[in-house]
Ligand binder design. Structure first.
Ligand SMILES: O=C(CO)[C@@H](O)[C@H](O)COP(=O)(O)O
Ligand SMILES: [Fe+2]
Length: 228
């Protein structure tokens, strides 16, 4: 079973984003953290940068919107060229309508849960999504410590995906590194965001390959993956 590794550019050099995208050649997606300084206490980038990044790399863009009012703004990221658009459940007024609008624009629809947000209330929505993002840190910053207390939520989410026989990807985001990726894969994640664990190294592309090998080795013996 394939693991997907999505380097987060939040840990890259924003003055050299095109070069930093080239530095992770071979990554499955480029994770683009959009922050508005309202939903989270940090400000990063918006649609114009996504449009430029789209022209600068062939790696598909995985936009993680940590913004208020995604119902209004999220479709514009699909139009800007994002291959996947993640909105936060805590910020969306109408998540089903928003997921359908993102899909209608040709992008994969994804929803994120902050650490304190349970998965169970969203069980019936899962068929409307292509990916679910479980935050393993509080959103807003890279380089934070992984929250092990999120592992049960990853397991419960994987169980829901299996029970309903969904093709939903399960992404983890925050503190994912060589020290934590195996726990995430064992619990049921199959898409892994890594910012500081990739861009904090001398060879980001090698870090991507190494993380993917670790995740796939773990998935190969994980009961949930064998049941697929
Ligand atoms: O969305 C976020 C932070 O809010 C993440 O995508 C971080 O950018 C991941 O960085 P690391 O924890 O891997 O350094
Ligand atoms: Fe993110």
């Amino acid at each position: 079973m394939a693991a997907q590794i999505n380097p987060s550019i939040l840990s890259a050099d924003f003055a050299r984003l095109a070069e930093e995208a080239r530095a992770v050649e071979g990554a499955d997606w480029l994770h683009v953290d959009v922050m508005d300084n309202h939903f989270v206490p940090n400000l990063t980038l918006g649609v114009p940068v996504v449009e430029s990044l789209r022209k600068a790399t062939d790696i598909p863009l995985d936009c993680h919107l940590m913004i208020e009012d995604p119902d209004r703004w999220a479709p514009q990221y699909a139009e800007a060229g994002a291959g996947s658009v993640t909105f936060h459940a805590e910020a969306a007024a109408a998540p089903v309508r928003l997921a359908r609008e993102i899909r209608a624009k040709g992008a994969r629809a994804s929803m994120a849960l902050k650490p304190a947000t349970p998965i169970e209330p969203f069980e019936d929505l899962l068929p409307e999504l292509d990916m679910l993002l479980i935050m393993t840190v509080e959103p807003g910053f890279g380089g934070q410590a992984f929250l092990d207390i999120m592992l049960p939520k990853i397991r419960r989410t994987r169980e829901l995906i299996s029970r309903h026989n969904l093709q939903l990807w399960l992404q983890v985001d925050g503190g994912v590194s060589a020290a934590t990726i195996e726990r995430c894969a064992e619990a049921g994640a199959d898409v892994f965001v890594a910012g500081s664990a990739v861009y904090g190294t001398d060879d980001p592309a090698a870090a991507v390959r190494s993380l993917r090998a670790q995740a796939e080795e773990t998935m190969a013996r994980a009961p949930w993956a064998c049941a697929h």
